[in-house]
Design a protein around this ligand. Structure first.
Ligand code: SF4
Length: 342
């Protein structure tokens, strides 16, 4: 709990600004009313700064990705941020790739900070260096998650090939020593068959650092790949049929500028528009996204992307919390309170 409050102490001031509160309430109200037009702008953005990766993890859907590998330029990233900064509360500057492979990643995060947007970065830690750690801390990065998944060599080589565990552990430890709590840090392990027996060692290894240890739910990425499904620790029931709230409060942008419904659309097959040729505002309430909201309201299970999606739909208590808290603080509540952590 102390860690939670320490995190909230570094709050995003947008939590208290009237127009941002109004924006969150309006978005939530339009979701509850099932409006096709959403007058509130998204507060959370997933922006794919690159889809290149230096790992081949068996639980990752990236192996089924057929779109070209590329990286977003700093100029294009800034162009997007300049359109969203007023209402954006949280940017995840990564999606289906290792974000530190984008040479502009520190400048991108710094630009978000300059525009008063909080950031959360997930990395595999393989190329984290002392200099990069220092630059990230200076960039104003709010939160970083190292997706390490094991401290056991044999497990690690199965789930995080071809990286070397020893190098990654050294990088993470060097980061933690130099970080001194400036960037809130999470060490994560995905709950899946290969890692099931490795949690004890993982906790023991990281407990002495004053950080959050996250035991992350397994995602089957929509259940379309049997080589991923077979790693699930237990059968997961498909969740409810309510419309997906993300279409009223969150946006996912691929490195080539396409806006997709969510991170399950890894090949961009359901794109609503492109930030290269259109504005974020225009896409958010454009015909394509309004049509997608209508199909969500009608029956999301008829949308091929959503047929087997197990994302839990938002509960009334979360709706209230998301109106009261900015998206960055809501992330902390999820990481520290709602999920399994140690
Ligand atoms: S796949 Fe799931 S998260 Fe994505 S739009 Fe459909 S219901 Fe929402």
């Amino acid at each position: 709990m102390a860690k939670l409050w320490r995190s909230v102490a570094g709050v995003n001031k947008k939590m208290f600004i009237g127009k941002n509160i109004r924006n969150r309430v309006v978005s939530m109200r339009s979701y509850k009313k099932r409006s096709l037009y959403c007058p509130g702008m998204p507060t959370t953005y997933i922006i794919e700064t690159t889809n290149a990766c230096n790992q081949e993890c068996p639980m990752c859907i990236r192996k089924d990705m057929t779109r070209p590998i590329g990286a977003m330029s700093l100029a294009f990233f800034k162009k997007i941020i300049d359109q969203i900064y007023e209402y954006a509360e949280l940017v995840f500057p990564f999606y289906l790739g290792e974000p530190l492979l984008n040479p502009e990643i520190v400048s991108m995060i710094s630009y978000c900070t300059k525009r008063e947007i909080k950031t959360s970065l997930f990395t595999n830690g393989t190329i984290m260096s002392e200099g990069l750690a220092r630059d990230l801390a200076r960039s104003g990065l709010g939160h970083i998650q190292f997706s390490v998944d094991s401290v056991d060599e044999s497990v690690y080589s199965t789930v995080r090939s071809p990286s070397r565990l020893g190098e990654v552990l050294a990088n993470v430890e060097q980061f933690l020593m130099g970080n001194n709590n400036r960037v809130h840090t999470t060490l994560s392990m995905i709950e899946m068959k290969p890692t099931q027996d490795a949690l004890g060692g993982f906790i023991k290894k990281w407990k002495r650092y004053n950080i959050n240890i996250r035991y992350k739910d397994f995602s089957s990425w929509g259940g379309t790949d049997s080589s991923i499904n077979c790693l699930a620790p237990h059968a997961k029931a498909t969740k409810d049929d309510l419309p997906c709230d993300w279409q009223w409060r969150q946006m996912t942008i691929l490195h080539d500028g396409r806006v997709v419904p969510c991170y399950f659309d890894f090949n961009g097959e359901h794109a609503f528009g492109n930030c290269n040729t259109s504005t974020v505002d225009a896409i958010w309430n454009g015909e394509s996204l309004r049509d997608f909201r209508a199909r969500q309201i009608d029956n999301k299970r008829r949308i091929s992307l959503c047929t087997t999606c197990s994302k839990a739909c938002i509960r009334p208590v979360e709706q209230l919390a998301l109106c009261a808290l900015d998206a960055y603080s809501a992330l902390y509540v999820r990481l520290y309170v709602l999920e399994k952590n140690y």
